[in-house]
Design a protein around this ligand. Structure first.
Ligand code: ATP
Length: 580
């Protein structure tokens, strides 16, 4: 069921007393709230003592939206804690909850040959069968000629105009792709994705050298428009605040490929997942995604947010201690601070750091394909500023499977990053699952718009509940943690022109300190992470209490350094009590 399928009437101005058609619950402390989704209002009865998880389950039962694909927002705050109660969030009768659905746009299609070789394709579910054939053809190996491919679904030939999404509607359907003269490909939907199995009539794959990637274009040269910006209706250039902090070559490659894609007429594709405006940017062939663009004016609660979230009243973002419009800067900061084991990356340095945050930079981009609710022309006010992040090939997110299979060191690198950055948005959907060169599972952390908040209130880490977080850090990871230096990190951000407000710099100092002191005492990721996260929404975390105690012990007018020293002492005695 898609959002558009929810044909619901708007809420009436009068309180609604009839329960006909509602998600109903008759118990004593029940209240009537409204769910706002895609411009419609759904009345719904819940108990004030209901956990948020039950509210989501009720929405699932009544409306068919799977609970883990739901994001609920009330009063400018995401109801991120499933075990917290409706009343904990201050929700009262008559209140409106905004429901955002995290629908996956990309289908992972696995093409498997009888020789045991396979390749994967990511295809937007809104593309048609003709496009799917072209993607298969680009992989070579006997499929080159699109005209030789025929796709059958439930015994009927599917024409090229049919949407890929339609092929996955019926989970029992078997789809066949017949490649005339050479091979057959059979496909069946596997949960949300599609698996194609190739039944070659000969050992064609072998003769052609096996199944490998389709020789992606590797555009050379720079195609960034650097002269007058508004001569063209397409515009993309990096935002470089400090000219001395140059962009590495791989960031330029990403920007160039993205620009070529736009120039070739390949429009940004808006993700239906997530609470903000997030766009998949294509390369010039239109067959590959190159990057992810997140404009600041389309962030959750920002004025041009396309997901229907109301604008923030006081400027505060969806998570406590963050501000609307700062998400892109935080995304860039997260990449800059995720330095490799060898230290902060230099120009020729490694692309990925310790945790593997995808390369991210700040850009400005003009294109009609973004959300322009007031209309579009090639005017300066329509230029969007935002973060551009490298698209990472993946087979879904950690939300799609149980955590048992994730390698310990992959989970640990993310725990280090999240604690250090006091990440307020680390749910399993924000970790993609990729494959390293050696074929092993790699976890890819994304979505860092709520890192380094001004306070620790909303820090939550899904990995706290994963078995890997109970295992101690390895000596290599401990060595990396010991090498971290918050003062150097703050200076590094400044060298990129990213001015860190005092409160955010303080967060970085305290969280780095907690991480270092924690490993010195042999604590596990679970033990350290639990100090940073609230057990429930109304109980302050240990780190919040420590910060408060340090603040209380300070005399007015004392320096930041004195404050940090005070936090250090309180933290030491807290940890001593914990470990003795
Ligand atoms: N670097 C990336 N590589 C590949 N896919 C990505 C990348 N970044 C984001 N995506 C895809 O885009 C989707 C939306 O991105 P993201 O979660 O960052 O958006 P958001 O609006 O900030 O979401 P949220 O509501 O979780 O905060 C992701 O679920 C993922 O499928």
């Amino acid at each position: 069921m898609s959002v558009a399928d929810v044909a619901l009437s708007r809420v009436s101005q009068e309180p609604v007393h009839s329960t006909a058609g509602y998600c109903n619950n008759q118990a004593g402390d029940s209240i009537l709230i409204y769910l706002s989704i895609a411009g419609s209002m759904i009345p719904m009865r819940v108990l004030e003592s209901d956990p948020i998880a039950s509210v989501k389950l009720r929405i699932q039962t009544c409306k068919g939206f799977v609970a883990k694909k739901q994001k609920l927002v009330f009063g400018g705050r995401e109801l991120a804690r499933n075990d917290s109660l409706v009343k904990d969030y201050g929700i009262k009768g008559g209140n409106v909850l905004h429901l955002v659905l995290k629908l996956s746009d990309l289908l992972l299609i696995t093409v498997r040959s009888t020789c045991g070789k396979e390749f994967e394709l990511h295809v937007d579910r809104n593309r048609n069968v003709g496009y799917l054939k072209q993607r298969i053809a680009r992989k070579g190996k006997g499929f080159e000629d699109v005209d030789e491919q025929e796709i059958f679904c439930n015994g009927e030939k599917v024409d090229d105009q049919r949407l890929v999404d339609d092929l996955c509607k019926d989970n029992d359907a078997v789809i066949h792709l017949v490649v005339q003269k050479s091979a057959k490909v059979r496909a069946k939907p596997v949960e949300k994705d599609l698996e194609l199995s190739v039944i070659a009539e000969s050992d064609l794959d072998e003769r052609k050298g096996g199944i490998v990637g389709g020789g992606e274009d590797n555009p050379e040269g720079l195609h960034i428009v650097t002269n007058e910006p508004f001569l063209s209706d397409i515009w993309l250039k990096p935002v470089i605040v400090n000219p001395k902090a140059q962009l590495p070559f791989f960031a330029w490659d990403m920007i160039n490929s993205t620009f070529e894609g736009l120039q070739a007429g390949n429009h940004p594709i808006r993700s239906s997942e997530g609470t903000g405006g997030t766009y998949f940017m294509q390369n010039k062939t239109g067959f590959e995604y190159v990057s992810i663009f997140k404009p600041i004016d389309e962030e959750p609660m920002a004025v041009n947010n396309p997901q229907g979230l109301p604008a923030s009243i006081n400027g505060e973002g969806l998570k406590k201690g963050t501000r609307v419009g700062e998400g892109a800067v935080r995304e860039v900061a997260a990449y800059v601070l995720d330095h490799p084991k060898s230290g902060p990356r230099s120009l020729s340095g490694e692309m990925l750091g310790f945790a593997g945050v995808p390369p991210t930079c700040m850009v400005q981009c003009l294109h009609e394909g973004f959300n322009h609710p007031d209309g579009y022309d090639c005017a300066p006010e329509n230029v969007k500023v935002g973060s551009l992040q490298m698209f990472m090939k993946n087979s879904g997110s950690c939300e799609d499977m149980g955590p048992g299979a994730f390698p310990v060191e992959q989970v640990h690198k993310i725990t280090v990053f999240d604690i250090r950055m006091a990440n307020a948005d680390r749910h399993a959907g924000n970790i993609l699952i990729g494959k390293g060169d050696d074929g092993r599972t790699v976890l890819i952390p994304i979505d860092h718009g709520y890192c380094l908040p001004e306070s620790f209130e909303d820090c939550t880490f899904d990995w706290l509940y994963w078995p890997q977080s109970r295992k101690p850090y390895t000596p290599e990871t401990i060595a990396y943690i010991k090498s971290l230096d918050a003062e150097q990190d703050i200076a590094l951000l400044k060298s990129y022109g990213l001015d860190v407000p005092l409160e955010c710099a303080r967060t970085l100092r305290i969280s780095t300190m907690l991480l270092k002191k924690g490993v010195e005492r042999g604590l596990t990721p679970l033990a350290i992470g639990s100090i940073m996260c609230r057990e429930n929404i109304n109980k302050e975390s240990a780190i919040e209490q420590i910060v408060k105690e340090a603040q209380d012990s300070l005399l007015p007018g004392m320096s930041e350094a004195a404050f940090i020293q005070s936090v250090s002492e309180v933290l030491d005695s807290w940890l001593d009590k914990l470990t003795n």
